[in-house]
Write a protein that binds this ligand. Sequence first.
Ligand code: MLT
Length: 200
Amino acid sequence: MIASSDDLRFVHRYVKGSSPTTLLLLHGTGGDENDLLPLGRQVLPEAHLLSPRGKVLENGMPRFFKRLAMGVFDMEDLTQQTHALADFVEQAADHYRLDRDEIVALGYSNGANIAASLLLLHPNLLRRAALLHAMLPFDPGEFPDLGGTLVLLTGGRQDPYIAAEQTQALADLLGRAGADVTLEWQPGGHQLTHQEIETL
Ligand code: MLT
């Protein structure tokens, strides 16, 4: 039986493209499935765009997983939501006939953090990832094999929500796991900047 898009368990937008690449767009806290579509189109004009909405609500604001305090994550929920998002990507790949070897994540803030969790728990799902203002979501204990995965990280030196050391810790861990990591620093805070978008 072919699944209908109602069977896919995340509210999402899908915009068909003309290249084999699919850009998985993951919004920040308080965003939704529409937020990153223009950025995705700008960064990879021909890619398919797949943009789910995080299923957790924090004071009415969508997120991809629960947190206990700023930067302190509910690990059980993070793990469950990461697996659920990986399932969604697999099901969406079947449903929309996407090339599973060409899935690229572009996440901002909370969306970048769940993308980092996807890299750690599902190391074969993403071919490339751009993680904008991400932190190490947890210490995986042992390294996944991320050989062949390209990761671009960007961070703001003055970001009040994502400590620079945490972004650096994520870059170091992904590198030790074999990913090809580039880390670009901006002088500012949590907002995305034009210079940062130009690095994508
Ligand atoms: C998170 O909770 O993922 C980070 O603190 C980023 C944020 O959403 O503020």
